[in-house]
Ligand binder design. Structure first.
Ligand code: NAD
Length: 472
């Protein structure tokens, strides 16, 4: 079969450097090949970084209005090519085209790009008196290296690249080797509206040479923005120490949801389901453990299972699929192990057996406790453990017991009561009666080992700048 992705390449200085090697990208829904991507090495990385470094003086000298206009042009480009990119995302990531799938991801990418274009960090006058004038400026850092995971390949790349561009930095972007196609194509498209060298790309199979590690240690990269697992994020931090890199690290979590006794099981069932199973549970801020009060435990389980039963799992390109396959074998094996261990003690309410290929049905297991691996490890897949509690203090203690803290949720008919519980959760975001509903105007980041710094909004934008104070 002809490889329709063979024309997707790297970009350095607006040009397409030849890469002698390409690697296969698997379609997790079919087990076939979704396409091929360039297998770059140190030479290609150096070329991309040099291009970004050379473009930095020109780009950082642009006016605020010019930078905003360029980001809006990128948003337009993404919008025009949204369907093409959505098809690539489904082919390599597996998620459905419709529902909360790849078209939704592209809608989010365009919305985030536009919102970021509209942000600004004007100079602040801290003092203007007879004693003198003190101004605080925010200056771009230089070359930003972006390293992304495989769960939302385009959306997360936009979260990294747009704020970097908006603040006058130039970029080298590296997608996950599991989902490089849509991201590389996106960088090609961005280069149709941006000056050469402003955004460059590298992709690599991560074999003997690890591109992310090389970027984290690169002397000419000023900042790494990384989204991925905790362990890899820690490696980025270690490698970046030598060059004192600025870092934004968005890492793994194990979000808890707490259902208070006054919640209405039927009303919250749909929100609970999508809070946990969005993108097949392969979402950083998905609900990964659910604590339910004894009074309504069985009613919540029944309502959740009744909703989950009607969810159609299938190949992403099929119209009626609501969830796709697990994205890769490693993730599938981890999920299978955690569910098998959970079944030894818990009660399987739904699912629990692997399907064909990488398909795994939505799985709900009750009777779980703090010492079950499905509770304390991040499953990052479609399996939700339910933990019964009687005392709220105990539920909070368990929710806060882990060394990660990305998101959390509280479910209740009493918003004020829910908010007071929310304030006691040790995590970066807490939602009341929903979970994981991030938005571009609200800072998003992790507590404890879930990350460093925040993304989105003005607070996120600041992370791409260095403060300079002028005393005159
Ligand atoms: P991962 O850490 O395996 O890989 C992430 C990226 O890091 C990939 O591009 C990979 O090639 C690169 N990488 C590999 N080794 C590296 C190294 N030594 N130095 C630098 N980069 C290296 O994560 P994943 O499996 O792609 O994604 C799943 C994880 O990401 C989950 O833990 C999930 O919770 C987390 N995640 C977090 C967020 C968030 O915003 N907090 C969002 C999505 C995913």
């Amino acid at each position: 079969m002809k490889d329709t992705t063979e024309t997707i390449g790297l970009i350095a200085n607006g040009e397409r450097p030849e890469t002698p090697r390409r690697f296969d990208v698997t379609n997790p829904g079919t087990g076939g090949v979704a396409g091929t991507a360039p297998d770059a090495g140190q030479e290609e990385l150096d070329r991309a970084v040099a291009a970004a470094k050379a473009a930095f003086p020109m780009w950082s000298a642009k006016s605020d209005a010019e930078l905003a206009a360029a980001c809006n042009a990128v948003a337009d480009k993404l919008e025009q090519h949204a369907e093409e990119l959505a098809q690539l995302i489904t082919a390599e990531q597996g998620k459905p085209l419709d529902g909360i799938g790849s078209r939704w991801e592209m809608g989010g990418a365009v919305a985030w790009a536009r919102y970021t274009a509209g942000l600004s960090l004007p100079l602040q006058v801290l003092q203007d008196t007879d004693q003198g004038r003190v101004e605080m400026h925010r200056k771009p850092l230089g070359v930003v290296g972006s390293i992304t995971p495989w769960n939302f390949p385009v959306l997360i790349a936009v979260w990294h690249i747009l704020p970097a561009l908006r603040t006058g930095n130039t970029v080298v972007s590296k997608p996950s080797p599991l989902t490089p196609l849509a991201s590389l194509r996106m960088i090609e498209l961005m280069n149709e509206v941006l000056p050469a060298g402003v955004v460059n790309s590298v992709s690599c199979q991560d074999g003997a040479f690890n591109m992310g590690a090389a970027m984290s240690a690169h002397v000419d990269i000023a900042k790494i923005v990384f989204t991925g697992s905790c362990g890899t994020g820690q490696k980025v931090m270690q490698s970046g120490a030598e060059t004192m890199k600025r870092l934004t690290l968005e890492m793994g979590g194990n979000d808890a949801g707490i259902v208070l006794p006054d919640a209405n099981p039927e009303q919250i069932a749909e929100g609970l389901f999508w809070g946990a199973f969005i993108n097949n549970g392969q979402t950083c801020a998905a609900m990964k453990r659910l604590y339910v009060h004894d009074d309504i435990h069985d009613a919540v389980c029944d309502a959740l299972v009744a909703f989950a039963r009607n969810i159609k799992v299938g190949e992403g390109s099929l119209e009626d699929s609501m969830l796709g396959p697990v994205q890769n074998q490693m993730q599938f094996d981890k999920l299978s192990r955690l569910v098998a261990q959970a079944k030894e003690r818990g009660q399987v309410l739904l699912g629990g057996e692997p399907g064909q290929g990488l398909f795994y049905p939505p799985t709900i297991i009750a009777g779980m406790g703090a010492d079950d691996p499905l509770v304390y490890e991040e499953q990052f897949g479609p399996a939700l453990p339910i933990i019964r509690y009687t005392e709220l203090e105990d539920a909070l203690l368990q929710a806060n017991a882990l060394d990660v803290g990305l998101g959390g949720s509280v479910w209740s008919g009493d918003i004020a009561a829910a908010k007071s519980v929310a304030l006691r959760m040790e995590c970066g975001s807490v939602w009341v009666n929903s979970h994981g509903m991030i938005q571009p105007n609200a800072p998003f980041g992790g507590a404890k080992k879930s990350g460093l710094g925040v993304e989105f909004g003005e607070e996120g934008l600041k992370e791409y700048t260095q403060i300079q104070v002028i005393f005159a």
